[in-house]
Design a protein around this ligand. Structure first.
Ligand code: 3PG
Ligand code: MG
Length: 375
């Protein structure tokens, strides 16, 4: 993989795809800028080496052009961190943007508007990728956290950019994981949470070859529990994946992998932070209620299951942790992982944010920008 470091970028228009999919509050204030700070080495390197810097990124999953998901707050934060003016583009492709780029000098910084305002981005559309590529002489991928998505600015663009190279964050993440996954200290425990089995199916299946234990949380646990015959009430279930979930458990068991599922849950009468809540064993979920977090017995069980771990990889929250009422399971897991004696690699989705919010970043061996695409 060619690096930006071995590439002559002076005087060149360098388009760097980053992942600055940061959390924001309802007033579009950035609540955690870890992902922006993580790409500063590559951005600063480009500036120090006299490139014309064009930054491309996405925010969230907008359907069309959603003003609340403009990247202007990111431009502001970048300007502060780079101590430079950052021009906010009115779009990400097209004549207006091309005109701005043609007037840029070395050392100038332009942030393109949210790539996902164009549905073509997530369709890996060739025409859109070609328009993006047209803006640059060199394309740099430093967006590790979105590399598992077949998006135009990640995949198709490499067909059209004159030269495609890797940024420092991408290289760091890949090197780290090559080392950690090739010969991990065992037991190797994978903690997998988040909302969907579907988005982690490939990762789960790949991990069947590597891990000694699986610990499952988040809404995806519902589908696994359903496959075991539990009544999950109104919990979010991926109906079409119940059988697949069951076969993953079966394969894991056949491979001698210990497979952990929640034994209790925090359930709510509605999907709402003000809803009535209670803690029940998995066997007792009322038919009109939904599981939104793992319960305290599960937290304890999971913490015991981590006791002998030598390597832990964790991706995805244990519940709807953005709502205080359902964040406890994830916070408990942060503490268990942070206090373990294992080498710990955490990241992906919002897991890095959860660790940061809990103030435990220093106690994790490595916080990855994403884990989803690694196993
Ligand atoms: C993330 O935050 O998970 C990455 O930026 C990718 O975004 P996505 O999950 O919406 O594709
Ligand atoms: Mg994601």
């Amino acid at each position: 993989m060619r690096s930006i470091k071995n590439t002559a970028i002076s005087g060149k228009k360098v388009l760097i795809r980053v992942d600055v999919n940061v959390p924001m509050d309802e007033h579009q204030n950035i609540t955690d800028d870890t992902r922006i700070r993580a790409v500063l080495p590559t951005l600063k390197y480009a500036l120090d080496h006299n490139a014309v810097l064009i930054i491309a990124a996405h925010l969230d999953r907008p359907k069309g052009n959603v003003p609340e998901l403009c990247l202007a707050p990111v431009a502001k934060r970048l300007a502060r961190l780079l101590e430079k003016n950052v021009i906010m583009a009115p779009g990400c492709v097209g004549p207006d943007v091309e005109k701005i780029v043609s007037n840029m000098n070395t050392g100038d910084v332009l942030l393109l508007e949210n790539l996902r305002f164009h549905p073509e981005e997530q369709k890996n559309d060739d025409g859109f990728a070609e328009k993006l590529a047209k803006l640059c002489d060199i394309y740099v991928n430093d967006a590790f956290a979105v590399c598992h998505r077949s998006n135009a600015s990640v995949v198709a663009i490499t067909k059209y950019a004159p030269l495609s190279v890797a940024g420092f964050l991408l290289q760091k993440e890949l090197n780290y994981f090559k080392k950690a996954m090739a010969d991990p200290k065992r037991p190797l425990v994978a903690i997998i949470g988040g909302s969907k089995v579907s988005s982690k199916l490939e990762a789960l299946e790949n991990m069947l070859k590597h891990v000694d234990k699986f610990i499952i949380g988040g809404a995806m646990a519902n589908t696994f529990l359903k496959s075991k015959g539990y009544n999950m009430g109104k919990s979010k279930i991926e109906e079409t994946l119940i059988d697949v979930a069951g076969s993953i458990i079966k394969k894991a068991t056949e491979n001698g992998i210990k497979f952990y599922l929640p034994v209790d849950a925090k359930v709510a009468s509605q999907f709402n932070s003000k809803a009535e809540v209670k803690i029940v064993p998995i066997q007792e979920i009322p038919s009109e209620w939904m599981a939104l977090d793992i319960g305290p017995a599960t937290s304890l069980l999971y913490s015991e299951a981590l006791q002998d771990a030598k390597t832990i990889i964790w991706n995805g929250p244990m519940g709807v942790f953005e709502m205080d009422a359902f964040s406890r399971g994830t916070i408990d897991m942060v503490n268990s992982v942070a206090e373990s004696y294992a080498m710990t690699i955490v990241g992906g989705g919002d897991t890095d944010v959860a660790v940061h919010e809990a103030g435990k970043s220093d106690m994790i061996t490595y916080i990855s920008r994403s884990l989803a695409n690694l196993f």
